[in-house]
Design a binder for this molecule. Structure first.
Ligand code: NAD
Length: 420
């Protein structure tokens, strides 16, 4: 359904290219580059699962720790048919810079299993999750690597991982995963955190560009945890959400969609397609709608050199990881589009994951207002840190964010004595 006709660009090549641009701009020497550019550890595991029909199917799983200079590895687990080791390496790399940009004491990690969770029963998903968790057990733990949800993984999946890990330890270990259900040590506000971060950084961009949020036209691609809640927040702030999409289809209403009704419809039917009272449009039409705010919140490679010239948004808020390729970046930049890069825009999720981990480790839980106000402070401060580099160094926002993230990781390596 993604509106691109090109062969999707390898996400890891994109991650390396963005790192090189930042390292060049910072003038990092070759030794430091070699030290922080590549993953520290890559684990590939075989995940055999007895399916409901009695047959055994083998899935492939991965866990990558990209960098732990600033703290334990942190990053989600993805269940998707297109998961590859390169995709997981790219996502882990982005996590390193992301945690550094928002200045939380974590390094970057990521995991994934190549599977189609939509075609699996709950029992099959649980058996696969527990087997995968057992296989990556040597790498994970509250003090070394803390997984979280990503595409098609849920609080329930986190609960199974926590339980598998705890059974092996012999006592409950809440801090081994974040994004858990509240009843077993999850944080209030975690479910909405990624979208809130997208909302706060987009509001800061509107302020910077002097775009009034009330009546701003918003388009959202991807209607899951990040995209659906972002649509709701923009709607509540008075924005006009013109279009939303998921894998089942795209909905459009020039007067603005009734987002609470769309959310209720998706909760009831599991899809957007068929929502009454909106016009179905094609994915490529959705991306090229004239609007103030475009939020790609699905997967990588949504906007490439093939379709970047069709974008008519003033702001592109990257809720997804890697939705815009470097070639497309250059096109958007030349068209004057203001891009909020993923490692800043969607960092609200990992920030509240950090809060969850702090609460678990201290066995002391905060109220939701406390979580949200701390999140808002971090997101706005980080936005201003990146904006300052963007304005002072005259570089685009992605390069500014990567320069900030990479420089903080390089500094941590230097101060730990790894280079003079
Ligand atoms: P999710 O599984 O909750 O939702 C994904 C949504 O994208 C679904 O609605 C799905 O139908 C839709 N989608 C998938 N392919 C699509 C396509 N080709 N066209 C249109 N829609 C499509 O996942 P999520 O957690 O919302 O993650 C979405 C993106 O946000 C990913 O890139 C993820 O890495 C990133 N992200 C998520 C979090 C988080 O806390 N959930 C944090 C940071 C970044």
């Amino acid at each position: 359904m993604l509106a691109t006709a090109t062969t999707p660009k390898n996400a890891y090549d994109v991650a390396l290219e963005n790192f090189d641009l930042a390292a060049d701009a910072l003038g990092l020497d070759d030794g430091v580059r070699a030290m922080i550019k590549y993953p520290e550890r890559i684990l590939c595991v075989s995940v055999p699962v007895r399916m409901d029909n009695g047959k055994i199917v083998r899935f492939e799983g991965f866990r990558v720790q990209h960098n732990t200079m600033r703290g334990p590895a942190k990053g989600g687990i993805r269940y998707h048919p297109n998961v590859t080791v390169d995709e997981v390496k790219a996502l882990a790399t982005w996590m390193t810079w992301k945690c550094a940009v928002v200045n939380i004491p974590f390094g970057g990690g990521k995991g994934g299993v190549t599977c189609n969770p939509k075609s699996m029963s709950m029992g099959e998903l649980e058996r696969m999750t527990r087997r995968y968790a057992s296989s990556i057990l040597p790498l994970i733990g509250p003090e070394k690597d803390i997984p979280a949800p990503d595409v098609y993984t849920t609080p329930q999946v986190m609960a199974w991982i926590m339980d598998t890990y705890s059974m092996n330890k012999g006592y409950p270990v809440h801090g081994v995963v974040t994004g858990k259900p509240i009843s077993i040590g999850g944080s209030l506000g975690r479910n909405e955190a990624t979208a809130r971060g997208v909302f706060y950084t987009t509001m800061s961009s509107c302020e910077h560009l002097k775009i009034p949020v009330q009546c701003a036209r918003v388009v959202v691609q991807g209607f899951g945890n990040a995209g659906a809640i972002a649509a709701q927040l923009f709607h509540e702030a008075g924005g006009k959400v013109l279009a939303v999409s998921d894998t089942s289809g795209c909905l459009y209403d020039e007067r603005g969609l009734d987002i609470p009704a769309v959310l209720a419809y998706k909760a009831r039917t599991g899809k957007l397609a068929g929502f009454p009272g909106a016009t179905p449009i094609k994915p490529e039409q959705l991306l090229s709608l004239e609007c103030e705010i475009l939020v790609p919140a699905a997967l990588e490679n949504a906007i490439t050199d093939e379709n970047a010239h069709t974008i008519r948004a003033k702001i592109v808020s990257e809720a997804a990881n890697g939705p815009v390729t470097p070639d497309a970046d250059r096109i958007l930049h030349s068209k004057g589009v203001f891009l909020i890069p993923d490692i800043l825009c969607n960092a609200g999720g990992v920030t509240v994951s950090y809060f969850e981990w702090v609460q678990d480790e201290n066995h002391l839980f905060w109220d939701e207002q406390d979580v949200n106000s701390r999140l808002e402070k971090i997101m706005k401060r980080s936005f201003n840190d990146v904006l300052k580099i963007h304005l002072e160094k005259k570089v685009d926002m992605r390069l500014a964010a990567n320069m900030l993230g990479v420089s903080r990781v390089a500094e941590a390596s230097r101060i730990r004595g790894l280079y003079p």
